[in-house]
Design a protein around this ligand. Structure first.
Ligand SMILES: Cc1cc2nc3c(=O)[nH]c(=O)nc-3n(C[C@H](O)[C@H](O)[C@H](O)COP(=O)(O)OP(=O)(O)OC[C@H]3O[C@@H](n4cnc5c(N)ncnc54)[C@H](O)[C@@H]3O)c2cc1C
Length: 500
């Protein structure tokens, strides 16, 4: 299945930047070229530092380029839920920081003339049935308390009406939307240069925090500071014991008429959906995001895409789905991201736990981490400081931070009788086996070739499950993902799966 995102399919094309092929020394090494990495780089450059961004794929190719492109001060888990858990002062501080991050994006777009469709739009939370009206009212009270321009509206005032069921809705004015990949790629063109070296298609294989060295296949970066802007930090880190990993799905289909008014629309009902429109060269389309589940659940992706398609088609005059994609989010158990110097680290900074709000939190993280490195005060530093992790006892497996790779498990090769026993495995299908006590994950390619790899994650040894939508082996524990040939695709794992 082609899982190119709408943003990848419609972004202005830019040339690939070179891979790292030598050893370099610089002020700050930034691992990961998503919105967190690029914003950190931009702020450090403005502060007079020299930086190197090392990105495993293309800049923006991670969750940032697979998001919905919505920018809002509130939270997907609910501002009222945060206020209940952490108090009104925390909710107000979170909103202030997130507002500042959206303002920074707007100022960056204006300053560099980035053609990324940024515009201010209203954000809506919609109760699809009466049972969710209480949430809308609680969210309204929390939003007003945090100083947001929020109001309760009925169906007639909502740009999605009458397609989507609606009991009551909350509207917050002055939020925003953009094409996230155009934003990142154009920002990259503006900041890349002698003081901001950027390496694409360069995977970091190990990080030596004490020595300040980031190693890749053909070169290394030595730096005073290392920013792990990899969505969840690569390697084994205490913070991962405090994150839940969720996978979520998105589709985009052309709209024939009745285009919703520009805005962010979140619908609460039996299931949750996020809707927005996007227009490219005068051709409008509808984007629907939802059907989330804990990451690493076995082979449910195709069904989730079907579900989104049915939901959209029942309500809107759409054509055939043109883009379908999915992405991961990391939800912090205590309701707040972890942004700042990593616990017990000499040089490593982390930024994770953004949940579905990370285009804004990632931007805020860039501001916070850069201020930390530049030794500037930041009003939100304490709120997100990973130091709060150090208070508890370290759970099993997280006794110490580790960013150097462990030896991968190498299962024995599949012998002829075992290959014969797999003769009934059709093309594009997978199976899990045990070979001499080793779990083995097998996939038959479309051309009939069998690919067999170790069935345990190289991060912390959890059993992998097949992801039928993305054709990958996914880990339910901490979000690592691997291709059928064993290469690392995403998540904290540093080492590929051993081939059988
Ligand atoms: C379906 C969905 C929709 C969403 N929609 C929104 C939205 O509308 N608004 C919002 O605010 N948030 C949204 N989010 C959340 C948001 O997309 C993320 O939180 C945000 O993009 C994270 O940015 P990042 O830069 O930290 O990570 P990423 O964008 O994932 O960037 C991390 C980068 O690190 C690279 N990397 C990883 N490992 C290595 C390595 N070993 N070596 C080198 N590079 C490496 C990756 O290739 C990647 O490019 C959504 C999330 C999902 C799942």
């Amino acid at each position: 299945m082609d899982t190119t995102s709408l943003w990848q399919g419609t972004a202005a094309r830019t040339a690939c930047l070179p891979t790292l092929q030598t050893d370099i020394v610089i002020d700050v090494a930034i691992v990961g070229g998503g919105i967190t990495g690029l914003t950190t780089a931009m702020r450090l450059l403005e502060g007079g530092m020299r930086v190197a961004i090392v990105e495993a794929g293309r800049v923006g190719g991670g969750s940032s380029g697979h998001s919905t492109g919505n920018l809002y001060a509130t939270l997907d888990g609910g501002l009222h839920a945060l206020a209940r858990m952490r108090g009104g002062d925390t909710a107000r501080a979170v909103v202030a920081g997130r507002n500042a991050a959206i303002d920074l994006i707007e100022a960056t777009v204006a300053r560099h003339g980035l053609a990324c469709g940024f515009r201010r739009v209203p954000w809506h939370l919609i109760a699809a049935d009466a049972s969710h009206v209480g949430i809308i009212e609680a969210e309204h009270a929390a939003a007003v308390d945090a100083g947001l321009p929020a109001s309760l509206v009925d169906g007639a005032g909502i740009g999605l009406n009458p397609a989507v069921e609606l009991e009551q809705a909350l509207r917050i004015h002055g939020q925003a939307q953009f094409q996230p990949l155009d934003y990142l790629r154009q920002l990259l063109l503006r900041i890349a240069g002698a003081d901001c070296l950027v390496f694409e298609n360069t995977r970091v294989l190990a990080v030596d925090d004490a020595a300040g060295v980031v190693r890749t296949e053909q070169g290394s970066v030595t730096a005073r500071h290392i920013v792990l802007a990899t969505h969840t930090p690569v390697g084994i880190h205490l913070v991962q014991s405090q994150l839940e990993v969720v996978r979520e799905y998105a589709i985009a289909a052309p709209l024939h008429d009745s285009v919703p008014e520009p805005g962010v629309y979140w619908s609460l009902g039996r299931d949750r959906y996020s809707l927005r429109s996007f227009t490219e060269h005068g051709r409008p389309c509808l984007v629907v995001v939802g059907s989330a589940h804990p990451a690493g659940a076995e082979a449910v992706g195709e069904e989730r895409f079907r579900h989104l398609d049915e939901y959209a088609r029942d309500r809107f005059p759409i054509g055939p789905v043109e883009y379908r994609w999915s992405a991961q989010r990391y939800r912090s158990k205590d309701g707040l991201p972890f942004i700042g110097r990593n616990v017990d680290a000499a040089r490593a900074w982390i930024a994770t736990g953004f949940s579905g709000d990370g285009l804004v939190y990632g931007t805020l993280a860039g501001m916070l981490v850069a201020d930390g490195i530049l030794e500037r005060a930041n009003p939100w530093h304490a709120l997100y400081d990973p130091a709060r992790l150090a208070a508890g006892k370290r759970p099993d497996g997280f006794e110490r931070e580790r960013t150097e790779p462990a030896e991968p498990d190498s299962p024995p090769p599949l012998d002829a009788p075992r290959q014969a026993a797999l003769a009934d495995l059709p093309p594009c299908r997978s199976r899990k086996l045990e070979v001499d006590g080793h779990p083995v994950a097998v996939y038959r390619r479309e051309d009939g070739v069998l690919l067999a790899v170790a069935g345990k994650c190289t991060h912390m040894g959890c059993d992998l499950n097949w992801n039928d939508a993305e054709t990958s082996w996914d880990c339910p524990c901490h979000g690592s993902r691997f291709g059928p040939d064993g290469r690392v695709l995403e998540g904290p794992a540093l080492v590929p799966l051993g081939r059988a």
